[in-house]
Design a protein around this ligand. Structure first.
Ligand SMILES: [Zn+2]
Length: 202
């Protein structure tokens, strides 16, 4: 099978017309990188890159809180931690627009409400598909769950590698950056925090 650079993924953005100033900007960047944007292999690249960036950054059109608007009051007596572990995600750093590739672990201790588990991943992706720094991504996910789901505690742990560290600058492959944000009982109560970190495997 030959790799098709025009293989579609998701959304209408793939068909969206690309303004000339956007493709011109990418042609300028190609020239700046040292290549010739007019050579055959690069002729259609500016439009592909433009559409790819609409996809990488589709989180700007996605309201994270919306995913937590359908919550369930009936928890069936469940009063323990809910954990979604090892959620793969991709983001881009706001300093170099380089990929951030990692995994997130999201846990909460329900108050009166629970939410469909896939919604936690949607909240993550809505924030990740923007230009980010890992610290802010971690806080934004935790705060959004805290404010909308009103749980007793939230724990978000993110582990990721940064393209701007592995591919440029200090060039340190395989370095994993880890960030965490604890709220409610996971912040205030050491025993609860230890328990949730043990569940996460951190
Ligand atoms: Zn960076």
């Amino acid at each position: 099978m030959i790799y098709d650079p025009d293989a579609e993924s998701v959304g209408e953005s793939s068909k969206e017309p690309v303004p000339t100033e956007v493709s011109d900007a990418i042609r300028t960047l190609i020239r700046w990188s040292g290549d010739n944007p007019e050579r055959e292999g690069l002729i259609e690249t500016p439009e592909r890159v433009a559409r790819a960036w609409r996809e990488y950054c589709r989180g700007y059109g996605d309201d994270p809180a919306y995913h937590l608007s359908r919550i369930f009051h009936e928890v069936g007596g469940y009063d323990d931690v809910v954990l979604l572990k090892d959620i793969p995600f991709q983001s881009h750093c706001e300093h170099h627009m380089a990929p951030i590739i990692g995994r997130a672990h999201i846990a909460y201790l329900p108050g009166d409400y629970v939410v469909g588990i896939s919604k936690l991943a949607r909240v993550l992706h809505a924030f990740a598909h923007r230009l980010q720094v890992q610290e802010r991504l971690t806080s934004e996910v935790a705060n959004c769950i805290w404010e909308n789901l009103k749980p007793q505690g939230v724990a978000v742990v993110i582990e990721a590698t940064h393209g701007c560290m592995t591919g440029r600058g200090v060039r340190t492959p395989n370095v994993i950056m880890k960030t965490s944000r604890m709220l409610g009982v996971f912040r205030d109560d050491e025993k609860s925090r230890e328990e949730v970190l043990k569940l996460i495997g951190s």
